[in-house]
Design a protein around this ligand. Structure first.
Ligand code: ZN
Length: 285
């Protein structure tokens, strides 16, 4: 199933590209809020399994799409989770859980957006597979972890490197949480839709040039391993978002370094999910 946040309404996208308004089709049992859908995920998916395509009367307008989880209570982001990216960042591959930080939830947006580049900053790209939690997870084993995932989406962990790395110790939260720095979408795809949800091509292009390309099978800590590691410490809640880390090819790891310029367009894609698009403007505009 593909579940979108269309005009603030939980909407199932059918094979023909039209939408089923969940609130209308369930006579108010589920929706319109996405948060309420994740809170009752198993009940919701059982209901959705019996839905007929004839209920698909919503014409999907991409400009109306929001994040499939627009107000997550917790946003986890993982650093150094692809070995080539750890190398370009100057770090050894992590053997215990990689660095975990947050993107504050106000930076989460829908899939196609215009983002203002912070003044005096070096703004960089990080395409990432995003997992949305569908069932509370506390001390969950990797073997059971996919049962706690509602689905997968595409995220950009947009990062302003000056504020991320200055000070006595790097602090990731602020530099990665400017307005619009957490686009997610275009929708959530449930794990059963993929031949192998642990092996998807992932990449992004800046100004038409492919800058990142990898496969999620190269994740050092897979989605199940991350859920096992995170849920040993923190209770993961329905609707929570996990940015799982970025492959090699970010701007700060290049020689010479390269950062996003006003007017540039960033297209991020993951096999079986789709793509999201950000255009960038300067603070003066
Ligand atoms: Zn990242």
């Amino acid at each position: 199933m593909r579940l979108a946040n269309h005009a603030h309404h939980a909407t199932i996208i059918t094979a023909n590209g039209r939408g089923v308004d969940v609130e209308a089709a369930s006579a108010g049992r589920f929706g319109p809020d996405l948060a309420g859908v994740y809170a009752r995920w198993e009940e919701f998916t059982a209901w959705a399994a019996n839905l007929s395509d004839t209920a698909a009367d919503v014409v999907v307008d991409r400009s109306l799409l929001g994040s499939p989880s627009p107000a997550p209570r917790q946003v986890f982001a993982i650093g150094l989770n692809y070995s080539e990216h750890a190398k370009e960042s100057g770090f050894a591959e992590p053997d215990t859980l990689p660095p975990v930080f947050t993107k504050f939830p106000t930076c989460i947006t829908g899939p196609d957006t215009e983002v203002v580049l912070p003044e005096g900053g070096n703004t960089d790209w990080e395409v990432e597979l995003v997992a949305v939690i569908g069932k509370e997870a506390k001390n969950v084993s990797a073997a059971d972890a996919w049962n706690h995932v509602a689905g997968l989406s595409i995220g950009q962990d947009i990062s302003e490197r000056v504020s991320q790395l200055r000070g006595p110790a790097p602090q990731f939260g602020l530099g990665k949480s400017f307005p619009g720095f957490g686009p997610v979408g275009p929708w959530l795809v449930t794990p059963d839709e993929f031949a192998d949800p642990d092996d998807l091509e992932i990449g992004c292009s800046l100004g038409g040039e492919e800058v990142q390309k990898g496969r999620t099978s190269e994740l050092i800590f897979s989605v199940p391993a991350l859920i096992e590691g995170l849920s040993r410490v923190v209770t993961l809640l329905p609707g929570d978002i996990i940015f799982t880390g970025t492959p090699a090819g970010v701007g700060v790891g290049r020689s010479p370094k390269r950062f996003i310029k006003p007017g540039e367009t960033l297209v991020s894609r993951i096999e079986g999910i789709g793509e999201i698009t950000q255009t960038f403007t300067s603070a003066g505009n």
